[in-house]
Structure formats: C-alpha cells, structure tokens
Design a protein around this ligand. Sequence first.
Ligand code: NAD
Length: 470
Amino acid sequence: MEHSPRMTINGRAVGSPESFEVVNPATEAVWTTAPDCTREQLDEAFAAAAAAQPVWAADIERRRAALATMADVMVKSSDELAAILTQEQGKTLADSKAEIEGVGVWFKYYADLAFPSEEVIQDNEFGRVTTVRHPLGVVAAITPWNFPLALAAWKIGPALLAGNTMVLKPSPYTPISTLRMGELFAAVLPAGVFNVVSGGDELGEWMTAHQVPSKVSFTGSVSAGKAVARSAADDLKRVTLELGGNDPAILLDDVDPKAIAKQIFWGAFYNNGQVCGCIKRVYVPESLYETVARELAEIADAVKVGDGTEPDTILGPVSNRPQFNRVNELLAEAISDGATLRSGGKPVGDRGFFITPAVLTDVSPESRIVQEEQFGPVLPLVSYRNLDEAIAEINKSKYALGSSVWGTDPARLREVARSIDAGLTWINTHASLTPNVPFGGAKWSGIGVEGGLGGVHEYTQLQVVHEPQG
Ligand code: NAD
C-alpha cells in the first residue's frame, strides 16, 4: 500500500487519532492498521451525506453515469484491491478478483436498471392515482467480513441509484479494501455522497442510533441484526437486514451422487463455507448416504489449503481468530458426540487460521453443527428415511435464508422446493447469484431483499398522489 489506509469523509481522505490492527489470517501477523472513527468524525460523515443528498437526488442521469464509472474503476483496480482483500480476508487472489469483478457487474446492472420513480396505477372515473418513489435520504450501511466489497456493492448500487447518500462501515476484520474503494470513488462522486468510516461494533451502534440516517442497511449475524433492529426502532428508521443462514441441501432418492458431488462440495465450501447462503447441512436418503459421503470426502482430500497468495492454493484460511476458534469448537464437539470425520478438519503448518475441508457423517440432526450456522469449512451430512419428516425437521429452524433440492424429476423438485421455509430455494444448484434476482431471508435470516428492482425499492419511500379525474 502506498500510504496508510484512510477513511473517506466529505470527499476527503482522513485518518483518525486512534487506530486498530488488521491481521492477515494466513500468517496471523498484523499487516496494517485502520483508523478508528471518532464520534465527531461520524457526525461529520453523516452531516456531509445529508448536505450532499438533495443535489445528488436531483439528477438520475448523473447517478447512472457515476455508477457506470464506479464499475469501470473497480475492474481497473482489481489487481490492487485483490491483493488487499486477500491479505485481510484470506481468500485466494483468484477469488478476490472474482469478487471485485462481480462488484463491477453489480454497479453496471444498477447503472442501467430501469427505475421508474413514478407509476400511474389507476386512471378512471374515480380518479388518477400515481405512486411516487422518493429516496429515503441518508443510509447507514454496515457490512461483514466474508465478502467485504461485494456485500457493500449490494447496498451502494441500489441506494445511490435511488438518490440516497451513504455512510458505510466495513467489518473491523476486513476494513482496508473498503477504505481503499472509498478513496477510489472519491474521485468519481460528489463530496459527501459516499463516505466510508472504519471501527468496531461500537461504531456500528453509533451509526444505527444516529439522528441523521433514515435507513439502516445491515449485513451480518442474527444477534447483531436484532440489536440493529432494536436500535433503529427508536427512530423507526427503515431497515434491511441480511443475516445468517443455515442452508440445507436436500438430496432426493433419484439423485445421481457422482453427478452432483462437485456442485454440492463447492456449494458448501466456496470461500471456506463463509458465505451466508451456502450449503451448511446436507440431508441424504439413507440408501445414498455412504456414496455421497465418499464422493464428498474424495473431493475434499484433493483441495490444496494454504496462503491465498500462493498460486496453487484453492482454499485460504478461515478469516479471523474468533471464527477459527468457533469452527474448531463445533467440529470437536460433533466428533466427541459421535460424528465421524471423513476428511480434513486439520490445521496446515503452525501459523494461520487454516482448517482443511471437513466432511462429517453420523451426525445427529439435533447437534449444534447441524442446528447452528458454522460459517466455516465443516459440512455435516444428515441421513434421512422419510422426506416429509426431513422437511419438517428443516422447517423447525429459525434460519431460513437459502436452500436447495437435488434430484432428477422436475415436478417433484418443484413441489419439494415450495415446501421449504426459505427466502431462496435453488433446484440442482446452490447460491447461484445475479444482480437482477432479489436475495433475502425468511424468519431470523432477515428482513427485506437486496438485488433487482425490489432491492432499489428498499431505499425509497412510497408516496401515493391521488387526484380527482379532471
Ligand atoms: P457481525 O454481525 O459480527 O458483524 C457484521 C458487522 O456489524 C460488522 O461491521 C460489525 O462491526 C457490525 N456490528 C456488530 N454488532 C453491531 C451492533 N450491535 N450494531 C451495529 N453494528 C454492529 O457478523 P460477521 O461475523 O462480520 O459476519 C458473519 C455473519 O454475517 C454470518 O452470520 C453470516 O451468515 C452473515 N452474513 C449474512 C449475509 C446475507 O446477505 N444474509 C451475507 C454475508 C454474511
């Protein structure tokens, strides 16, 4: 990095009197520090966002042009940003580049999205009724550490297109790539439109309690999401909450295990299982259980785990120390409760938060590794005899983000898909994501959606204008 990371407040790059350390999860070494935003600086960021908003909201063509330029900036800066992302998050350079290029795709989508802010929904003898979509104003956006740039883009694109301005806070584990993105966008956007501040959970609490923003867009854990909702309630701020998931993959008895094993594996272990909507438990008919376990374990054994900067690495480390400890704890508990480790589950070397991909069989459906979100490279396989009972078991969960059904009979797949409590259900694939498709959770997995026109509407206030027939 050419200089120490800085926040972007009112178009300016600023440091802070205090800073915090950022650790490389592959080496456990502190590789840089990030500014710890003060309350005064946060006030300044929100004031700048509020001041910039009316002018920003006035010209949609200018906003579209800016989003298109931001897409180009991301793609042009992908080498620089990927090096940062890999150092702070752990994912391979290839996966970092894919994330950044994805951000470009998302911004481009929003730059081009038809977004009629007015729609006549009735025009007859009883009157003319128009719905008008106004921007909400200033958005407080808070993101986690698994896809720092992509998940920020899911908020920035629709919020800015709709005419809002933003103050964004990345996770304290992965702030640097987002800080750098803020600096890059300062050259594209009017001052105050997009501000990036860095700090810990307390800074997030200040943001949700702050008087200026009228909307909080949060991606993170269920527990923090509930705290955000409580805090936002005081002022009835609008919220979009994208929270944890414990996605089941349900294999039907006509599935071909060999044909789907690779997709199931990568649907579970992409980004080391640190994906909100990735497979976190697999329900397998008893008759296929052993074959599925063998196929998945074989793939796991062939995966090279190491530092994400090494060219032959396929999976990097778990992203931070608390998550590493939690995944190891869940794994150890499952094994001591009788689960069989069919692959992986081991460290690599003596430094870094590495866990080789672990496939577990003989897992009790009640165990924590099945009931909780592990968010790491451990996949439990649950055997079932009766499909209806398995679905009833799955639907007991408070998590209801993604899910998938695997088999060969399309009619049966569609029917089973509709019986699952979830925000998203994929058939014969998992976590297939494109910017035009709404993404969001049911139950504790969230409120609202990101993506598509529905995602833009989350950043608007609907006004109905009713006039008598002239
Ligand atoms: P986290 O909830 O600990 O932190 C997320 C962000 O919220 C961080 O920036 C953090 O500083 C901030 N924060 C924490 N407590 C806060 C509070 N009380 N008020 C305001 N801000 C607060 O989550 P994490 O460990 O960074 O991320 C992992 C979690 O995120 C997993 O549960 C995962 O499933 C979820 N996630 C969900 C989605 C989705 O789209 N549904 C996407 C990615 C990750």
